[in-house]
Design a protein around this ligand. Structure first.
Ligand code: SF4
Length: 363
């Protein structure tokens, strides 16, 4: 089973913290992009021998691309790939998600929505440059449900300027009252080259300890309310984990279409150049080496709450993993950062906060 990722590089306006590849297009650019995606899907199909069980429209803002164009992409995938019982996700921004949009995509087969809300507090959303009001998120959820899409995920952000534990609680309360199935909680990272990077001195960010406290507070409140953590930043009601994202973390293969979209296919990693115009005329593929090494497998599985399993490693590589990893994990276990069983090593929520250091050390 593999996943297909379609990158939609369009946004109504650019949020000041964002370094994803996206820009404000005109309608002609949207149409040209649709043609290029369809062509690229047809060109790549010869490489894909496996069944496709997930499709994910990410971005950018796929809802801003429009329902009919999303439908056309899905029709093309259905025609050219072996699509079986798929999870089909579309990332939405409440400000560009109308009732009509959900009607069209639901009819096209979309069965999962991921909505970027970031905060339920208006003043925090304003700083983040998000255009929509809280009520628009509520409306978009209701529209999606009325067309039969009830597998809904909302994103929130931790460490936003001026955020406090109390204001975070307001966002968590909103999530818990929204009758959704999945939540992603990301920490704000100020990326070089973004407007936020230049503006840093003009706002007050919560300090690092407070952000860690926010993270652990979020994990606790969500798990008390039936959202189990299954990955560093992801929480779901039982059976509603993102099947598409699990492909990434379980080192399974996927095809990514669009400028900046990455693929792991037939053992190779590659991506399309981060350039809209070149994608329209002659997409340039940049090879990024072999994928699926032992190290990569261990590293990615430690992002998941299920952790790294000896048995799964053996099944995949035909040998036992180096026992040294389990020995190195002991010191972290003593500090409450790792759990160890006979078969597994998994990071605790406190361990997730130090995941780069711990994983680097284990490897
Ligand atoms: S809507 Fe999403 S992709 Fe677009 S600029 Fe904002 S954060 Fe980036």
């Amino acid at each position: 089973m593999i996943g297909i990722y379609i990158h939609i590089p369009f946004c109504k306006s650019k949020c000041p913290y964002c370094d994803f590849y996206s820009f404000k297009p005109d309608e002609t650019q949207k149409d040209s992009y649709l043609k290029a995606v369809l062509r690229c899907l047809e060109e790549q199909k010869a490489q894909v021998k496996d069944t496709v069980d997930t499709v994910y429209f990410g971005g950018g803002t796929p809802s801003f691309f429009g329902g009919e164009r999303i439908k056309a992409v899905l029709d093309c995938i259905k025609e050219n790939y072996n699509l079986v019982a798929p999870e089909i996700t579309v990332e939405c921004n409440p400000s560009s998600a109308s009732d009509e949009f959900f009607k069209v995509i639901a009819e096209a087969g979309v069965n999962r929505i991921s909505m970027g809300m970031q905060s339920a507090v208006d003043s925090e959303r304003k700083i983040l440059g998000r255009l929509s009001k809280r009520e628009e998120t509520e409306k978009a959820i209701a529209f999606a449900k009325s067309h039969g899409i009830d597998n809904i995920s909302l994103d929130i952000m931790l460490g936003v300027p001026n955020q406090t534990i109390e204001s975070l609680d307001e966002s968590i309360d909103f999530l818990l009252s929204s009758d959704i199935k999945h939540i992603s909680a990301y920490m704000l990272k100020i990326e070089e080259g973004t407007p936020f990077y230049k503006m840093q001195s003009s706002f007050t960010l919560p300090d690092e300890d407070t952000v860690c406290e926010m993270y652990l507070h979020t994990v606790k409140r969500l798990s008390e309310n039936g959202f189990m953590q299954y990955e560093i930043s992801n929480f779901a009601k039982e059976g509603f984990e993102s099947r598409h994202n699990l492909h990434y973390w379980r080192t399974e293969e996927y095809l990514g279409i669009g400028p900046s979209a990455h693929s792991f296919l037939n053992g190779k990693r590659f991506y399309f150049e981060r350039d809209f115009n070149s994608f329209l005329t002659k997409p340039t593929i940049i090879y990024d080496g072999e994928g699926g090494s032992e190290e990569e497998f261990i590293m990615l599985s430690l992002r998941l709450s299920e952790g790294f399993s000896k048995e799964k490693f053996k099944k995949r590589f035909g040998k036992d993993p180096n026992e040294e990893i389990f020995k190195r994990a002991e010191v972290f276990e003593k500090n409450g950062l790792i759990n160890i069983t006979e078969d597994r090593i998994s990071l605790t929520p406190e361990g997730f906060l130090l995941s780069n250091t711990i994983i680097g050390n284990l490897l």
